[in-house]
Design a protein. Structure first.
Length: 242
């Protein structure tokens, strides 16, 4: 009986000696299994290449708006309005946020240089204990910027909300966005996709903290993809468009 069973297994399932197979070679010849595996590998590789190309395409589309951005105050023409996206005053470790400080300092310098006349500060105030626009306003006042040239938008929850509401709520059809590299191009891209003549100015980055700069620049790679999808596929709107 034992010999008969072994003979059956060898004939039907390709089991012989110490070898053990889980797939019948009668119905799935080895060359077909190998061919299937190669197809699966090819599909995975093609998928990975497709994703990489899509990410590159989105980033190229967003980064191309760098041609509308300035890096030096002397080269900036006069703008009626500057738009400053919100940032937390302190980071998660309770320390001063270098990105917040960079935007505030750049805005104050541009104002005192006569490059901007009005300032729209847009940020998150979704909680009573968290108020980005007011923190930015107070910081600018400390640097000598008059309160009467500052307007606050408390519903700038995302960059998309910030740039779209500048037009839909505050009637700004042209402005200078003041923020760091990557975010500047993304802001300008989103604004121009919504019919705004937007330009950008690069605020200082904390280059003395290299890992932080690398982290935020890496984040911008995926943020650029999200921005492209928001305006071209998802057609997202601000949480409070008006």
């Amino acid at each position: 009986m034992k010999k008969i069973f072994k003979s059956f297994c060898k004939k039907e399932w390709g089991l012989g000696g110490e070898g053990k197979k889980l797939v019948s070679t009668r119905f799935f010849p080895r060359h077909q299994i190998l061919k299937l595996l190669l197809w699966l590998i090819a599909l995975v590789v093609a998928g990975v290449i497709g994703v990489v190309l899509f990410v590159c395409y989105c980033n190229h589309a967003v980064r191309s708006c760098g041609k509308f951005c300035y890096g030096e105050i002397e080269k900036v023409p006069i703008y009626e309005t500057a738009l400053v996206p919100g940032a937390a005053k302190v980071n998660r470790w309770g320390e001063a946020n270098e990105y917040f400080a960079g935007r505030i300092e750049a805005t104050a310098k541009l104002y005192h240089a006569g490059k901007i006349k009005k300032i729209l500060l847009s940020g998150d105030n979704s909680r009573k204990d968290y108020d980005e626009p007011t923190d930015m306003k107070n910081a600018l006042i400390e640097l000598g910027v008059p309160a009467d040239v500052i307007t606050l938008d408390y519903a700038g929850f995302r960059t998309l909300d910030t740039v779209v509401r500048a037009k839909s709520v505050f009637g700004k059809n042209k402005f200078l966005v003041i923020t760091q590299w990557g975010h500047a191009e993304r802001s300008v891209y989103l604004a121009r996709k919504h019919g705004v003549e937007a330009y950008g100015f690069y605020a200082a980055e904390p280059h003395h903290i290299p890992w932080l700069v690398k982290k935020n620049r890496s984040r911008e790679v995926l943020a650029a993809v999200a921005a492209w999808l928001d305006v071209n596929i998802l057609r997202k709107r601000p949480k409070f468009p008006k």
